[in-house]
Design a protein around this ligand. Structure first.
Ligand code: NAD
Length: 364
């Protein structure tokens, strides 16, 4: 008997419950048709948790996330909670989970599904065959550095302060993750920094270069972040693995998302040293379309595939899910964000149903 793995499911806010609902349909089908041994437990996070308990990351949710083998998260945040004190905002729950679970390595693949080549705003020849992965450091940098805050000076003027800081050990451990990944792919690693003006990333460049000596099979290059942003839209296929800091990774991965047609297609994994992970789409709670059965659930379903690949070490199930997504796209169904003439526009729930139908067909 395989041991049953436990997944903590945190739907969150906005479109979170809708898209996670579709991933859970996929999980149910995997259990029924393929005997996948997982159990789930749901908990509140973000604005929904604040409304119910007064805190965006209640102790019970954190305890569940810590006890589980992996976490599947929808999205958090929305206008309803924007005026809250910073420490109580829904987004703090994400930072709390990342810090408490020590999820320092964020993997964000940007793969163009050939069926969506028309959905991208870039020319087909620029993106055809695109398959890159961004490795973003997730627990350091300006998001966590101290001092931080908004202060009033003696002359009455307010100043906003954040501290961009990287410790050598933080750079070293994320660099190892990126070099190993590059070694399993095309053997190309591009490290992105702003070493010409920011000392924290001058150290970044030095340490990444030092770690690179352990991986002679990987070709290491460096780019400044402004050039990297330009190269990503000019000639994205030059990249295999991009390694970068927390802040630069946040921005560059949204940019990479659009290469693939829609932010609604991009999954992510956030891993700790032992491979435990939190899996979530890279997009937010999309309040503009929440509750309307319009959101694209594929990024969340593909995040589930990453969960099987990286934490449960079940490559066969990961591939099964990815093939089912591919099959649904081949069948010509599209949510509004990836629609193009000649395809059929479907709702969030129909897209989920179509992926499940593809999975069932694989089992038949
Ligand atoms: P967003 O990613 O929620 O939305 C940006 C745009 O993309 C919107 O037009 C939205 O409709 C669209 N979009 C996003 N996901 C989609 C999907 N699955 N299908 C179709 N269209 C989709 O970013 P935002 O509007 O800047 O932020 C909204 C809220 O989400 C804010 O409160 C923000 O703080 C929060 N946020 C949360 C996370 C997270 O939970 N990881 C990440 C980013 C933003």
């Amino acid at each position: 008997m395989p041991t049953t793995k436990k997944i903590a499911v945190l739907p969150g806010d906005g479109i979170g419950p809708e898209i996670v609902g579709e991933a859970l349909k996929v999980l149910d089908c995997l259990r029924q048709e393929f005997g996948v041994a997982v159990e789930i437990e749901e908990a509140l996070v973000g604005g929904a948790a604040y409304d119910a308990t007064g805190h965006p990351l209640p102790q019970e949710t954190l305890a569940l996330a810590k006890a589980a083998d992996a976490v599947l998260l929808g999205a958090v945040g929305g206008p309803k909670w924007e005026s809250l004190d910073y420490a109580l905002r829904p987004e703090r729950a994400l930072l709390g989970l990342r810090a408490e679970l020590n999820l320092f390595a964020n993997l964000r693949p940007a793969v163009l599904h050939p069926q969506l080549i028309q959905a991208s705003t870039l020319k087909p020849e620029v993106i055809e065959g695109l398959d890159l992965i961004i490795v973003r450091e997730l627990t350091g940098d300006v998001y966590f550095g101290k001092p931080r805050g908004i202060r009033t000076l003696e002359n009455g003027e307010r100043v906003g302060i954040n501290t961009m800081i990287y410790h050598e050990a933080e750079i070293r451990r994320i660099a190892h993750v990126a070099f190993k990944l590059a070694g399993q792919r095309k053997g190309k690693l591009c490290s992105v920094d702003k070493a010409n003006v920011l000392e924290s990333t001058e150290l970044w460049r030095q340490v990444v270069s030092e770690v690179g000596r352990d991986y002679p099979e990987v070709a290491l290059t460096h780019l400044y972040v402004d050039n990297a942003a330009m190269q990503l839209v000019r000639a994205p296929k030059q990249f295999d693995v991009i390694l970068t800091t927390n802040l630069f990774g946040d921005i560059l991965s949204d940019c990479a998302a659009m290469l693939t047609g829609s932010i609604g297609m991009l999954p992510s994994a956030s891993l700790n040293e032992s491979g435990k992970g939190m899996y979530e789409p890279i997009h937010g709670s999309a309040p503009d379309i929440a509750g309307q059965n319009l959101a694209n659930p594929l990024a969340t379903i593909l995040s589930l595939a990453m969960l099987f690949r990286y934490t449960l070490n079940d490559e066969a199930t990961a591939v099964r899910i990815e093939r089912a997504v591919d099959g649904a796209l081949n069948a010509g169904v599209r949510t509004a964000d990836i629609y193009s003439p000649g395809t059929r526009k479907v709702s969030t729930s129909e897209m989920g149903d179509r992926v499940v139908a593809q999975l069932r067909a694989q089992a038949a």
